[in-house]
Design a protein around this ligand. Structure first.
Ligand code: NDP
Length: 395
């Protein structure tokens, strides 16, 4: 029987369960590329419930305990005395969400001799030291596509929020004012602007598709060019690198995985080459940009705005400069954990566990690392050779 260690974000401050705003979520038929939704044998939660926090337990306890396994759920993940570190020593399976990542460093992997499977509840496994996991023979899997559209919607929202100066305008009325001139003095239309995405994968393409009706000029950079039919349909301009894209557009939206080739892609030099008053939205990973270069560019006005939901580390310190830098529209890491997204990735986690315990193959598209190398979705999205080791505490 196995021990499953699950690290989830804390419950709502007003207690669990929350009062839900709606009674149900829509039922989807599948993902945009034809991939099927998760297919667990059953579910012990109602889709639309908050299962991503500690008391929600991803809806896994009944299923795991009925099969004789042990489930430990905690949000305490930092430092050598954390529940995570203590419980990791004899854990067989670790489940962690990128929103509240349990950083699975080489040291932690070395302290967990029984660990065989690390599941990312969501998408993005850069909180795991992939090199160390490969060497230790650990399988890493995530629920590919489960929250891609959720993130795309958030990115489009944040682009509009920045360009149209939504948050400051809202704050004027919430504070009792009617300051139209103050609200309008930084508000623009995106119509006619050039918008570029870095990485046109599942999320990046969904952002391009959602922005096309706004009559913007769409650009993208990716390691592989999209099919000519897609480029023609969306009138896309391809760029061979991020720097070329950055200097050609008014708005950049970042959707690449974090790995050595994307680490610090947007540094002071690239940002300085952008048009004055550009906007960057980053819902991918914080370390794809240089933290203080963003702060400096907002302070000088080189950037007119920065938004996103990804930070490093997570949770960030109370004095993290992105909380207070000018013209930011940051949120906590929430885009991929809407109640709609949780229903899909929690079902996907259960599907992965069912396959693992039945000694059946985990779906190829869910795999990041398997059999001692990058595999499945991980083989096309990640590289492990380079100067940083994602998931390592030393970065
Ligand atoms: P996909 O795997 O569908 O897309 C990733 C894309 O990135 C691929 O097209 C890939 O190119 C491209 N890519 C990889 N390396 C580079 C590089 N060096 N330069 C340019 N492009 C590159 O993943 P998703 O779209 O589903 O997710 C993307 C990322 O978004 C995740 O890795 C995660 O970090 C983040 N994310 C954030 C969430 C949130 O809540 N904020 C939730 C979900 C994901 P190719 O395959 O052509 O080589």
């Amino acid at each position: 029987m196995a021990k499953i260690l699950c690290v989830l974000y804390p419950d709502p401050v007003d207690g669990y369960p929350p009062t839900y705003a709606r009674d149900s979520i829509p039922t989807l038929r599948g993902y945009p590329n034809g991939q099927t939704l998760p297919t667990p044998s059953g579910l012990d939660f109602v889709p639309g419930e908050l299962v991503g926090c500690v008391s929600g337990e991803l809806g896994l306890r009944k299923f795991l305990e009925a099969a004789g396994h042990t489930l430990v759920v905690t949000s305490d993940k930092e430092g050598p005395d954390s529940v995570f570190d203590r419980e990791l020593r004899d854990a067989d399976v670790v489940i962690s969400q990128p929103f509240w990542p349990a950083y699975l460093t080489a040291e932690r992997i070395a302290s967990a001799p029984k660990l065989k499977l690390a599941i990312t509840a969501g998408i993005g496994s850069d909180h795991v030291d992939l090199d160390a996991a490969i060497k230790a023979g650990i399988t890493i899997a995530e629920e590919t596509y489960s929250n891609s559209i959720s993130v795309a919607e958030h990115a489009v929202m944040q682009i509009l929020a920045l360009v149209r100066n939504f948050l400051p305008s809202h704050e004027w009325v919430a504070g009792g004012g009617w300051n139209i001139a103050d609200s309008a003095s930084r508000a623009y239309d995106i119509e006619g602007m050039s918008v570029g995405v870095v990485a046109a994968g599942r999320i990046g393409q969904a952002v391009l598709r959602r922005l096309a009706p706004f009559d913007v000029a769409l650009h993208y950079f990716d390691t592989h060019r999209l099919a000519p039919e897609i480029e023609d349909e969306l009138h896309l301009t391809f760029h061979p690198d991020a720097a070329s894209l950055a200097r050609s557009v008014d708005v950049v939206s970042i959707h690449a995985p974090l790995h050595p080739k994307t680490y610090h892609l947007f540094d002071a030099e690239v940002i300085a080459s952008m048009r004055r008053g550009s906007y960057i939205v980053n819902t991918a990973r914080a370390e794809i940009v240089v933290r203080d270069a963003i702060v400096d560019a907002l302070e000088t006005g080189q950037l007119a705005g920065y938004a996103g939901d990804v930070w490093y580390p997570q949770p960030p310190a109370a004095d993290h400069p992105w909380r207070t830098m000018p013209n930011n529209a940051m949120t906590p890491h929430v885009s991929g954990t809407s109640l709609s997204a949780q229903a899909r990735y929690a079902a996907g986690v259960r599907e992965i566990l069912e396959s693992y315990f039945a000694h059946k193959p985990i779906r190829e598209e869910y795999l990041i690392v398997d059999g001692g190398s990058l595999a499945g979705a991980g083989a096309s999205s990640y590289t492990t050779d380079g100067t940083i080791s994602p998931g390592s505490s030393g970065r």
